[in-house]
Design a protein around this ligand. Sequence first.
Ligand SMILES: [Zn+2]
Length: 203
Amino acid sequence: MAKLYFHYATMNAGKTTMLLQASYNYRERGMTTMLLVAGHYRKGDTGLISSRIGLETEAEMFRDGDDLYARVAEHHEHTTVHCIFVDEAQFLEEEQVWQLARIADRLNIPVMCYGLRTDFQGNLFSGSRALLAIADDLREVRTICRCGRKATMVVRLGPDGKVARQGEQVAIGKDVYVSLCRRHWEEEMGRAAPDDFIGFTRG
Ligand SMILES: [Zn+2]
């Protein structure tokens, strides 16, 4: 049976590069893949999935209210789809995660989702919450903090270079995200005293 996968990580862990590589592996073998990316912060009908190391591929976009099961089922009827890849899966709605599960269960197509687990305030995104709850296979994509420990959290730096402690879940613009271990994240967020300070904002 096909499975629903969730590859989760913090920012800049190479999730998108992994996605593009995995899709390429299918296509190299003559198989068809369908790529989806969040359209919430994009205009037009075609999205571009681009990785930090320069790879990019065109993708379809998903937005709130889209029925992903219906879309894939229709596509699959005239062209056999061998695997679905979803980038920025944290932006899926809970119902859309169930639709993806249904694609695995009823159309027998594996669905590989890649996304962030938590936002800069340490809260789960809607899509990530649902994927952590019902995906068959959870895989952590690892990256490291400046201290060398595993990074599981992310801070957002505003245009002034300071760590944002409040605000919208997603900021569009010149904000920069930095992945940190939980300990250094708590220090940057002002929740724990920094006793070995090597960070951005001494508070
Ligand atoms: Zn650290």
